[in-house]
Design a binder for this molecule. Structure first.
Ligand code: SAH
Length: 231
């Protein structure tokens, strides 16, 4: 884990974030859990230490360079997979009230066990965003964070209903982010939101999209609809 910690510290320092040794150790310990579970479960394709430090941990924490997260803010990681980007954010900012949501029970079980082992508090939920966004999680969060889950128009319909008005969705996107933003113009308008910030790193970006109006009651639609006719 020496290379992992060194790469993570260097990468974060290069973007102006300094981690103390405890946070680095926690990241390394969590990554250890991911690697161990990955032997018998398909959790991540990234198994190289340096690559994982950059792409799973540093990229997640880069969010703190573009938006100030208020103390105790309620964040949901939608489609968290093995816990990214939500878990690294929690290590960096222990005060955030974090919910980790994924449709796969195997993944949420992994996260539950790993976090319990590390004594980290978070709400881990197995469920679908579009269902919970019509039920008890609607308009519940200050922020939705999400990476590698869906195209931007679909992501907005899944995520914006979970936000309170004034809350922000942060979407980690690859090099096609400009094209995706164009394609999401109608979704933004229908869901009453707008881009309010952007952090570009390498070829990709973290897009910040703020919800400016309450969500109309017919969103989110059923997943089959969201997919077959995206907004
Ligand atoms: N965010 C992680 C995982 C990306 S893979 C990362 O960047 O590494 C996409 C994950 O989203 C999968 O684990 C899948 O189960 C989950 N997912 C896809 N659609 C979902 C939905 N509608 N609700 C909840 N989880 C969803």
């Amino acid at each position: 884990m020496i290379l992992f910690k060194k790469t993570l510290a260097q990468k974060l320092e290069s973007i102006g974030l300094k981690l103390n040794e405890t946070v680095l150790d926690r990241c390394a310990a969590y990554y250890g859990h991911v690697l161990e579970a990955n032997k018998h479960q398909n959790l991540t394709r990234i198994t190289d230490e340096a690559q994982a430090a950059e792409q799973h941990f540093a990229d997640a924490m880069a969010l703190c360079r573009v938006i100030e997260l208020p103390i105790g803010c309620r964040i949901i990681d939608m489609g968290t997979g093995a816990g990214f980007p939500g878990v690294p954010l929690k290590f960096l900012r222990g005060d955030i009230d974090l919910t980790l949501l994924d449709a796969s029970g195997k993944k949420t079980e992994f996260i539950k066990n790993a976090l319990a082992d590390m004594n980290v508090q978070a709400h881990v939920i197995c469920g679908r965003a579009e269902e919970l966004g019509r039920q008890n999680l609607r308009e519940s969060f200050d922020m939705v964070v999400s990476r590698a889950v869906a195209s931007l128009p679909m992501l907005l319909e899944l995520g914006v209903p979970l936000l309170r008005t004034g809350g922000t969705l942060a979407a980690w996107k690859g090099e096609t982010f400009k094209q995706e933003l164009k394609e999401a113009a109608t979704a933004m308008q229908k869901l009453g939101c707008a881009e309010t910030g952007r952090y570009t790193a390498g070829l990709g970006a973290i897009l910040l999209i703020q919800k400016q109006k309450p969500t109309q009651e017919f969103y989110p639609r059923r997943f089959s609809k969201i997919k077959s006719s995206p907004l």
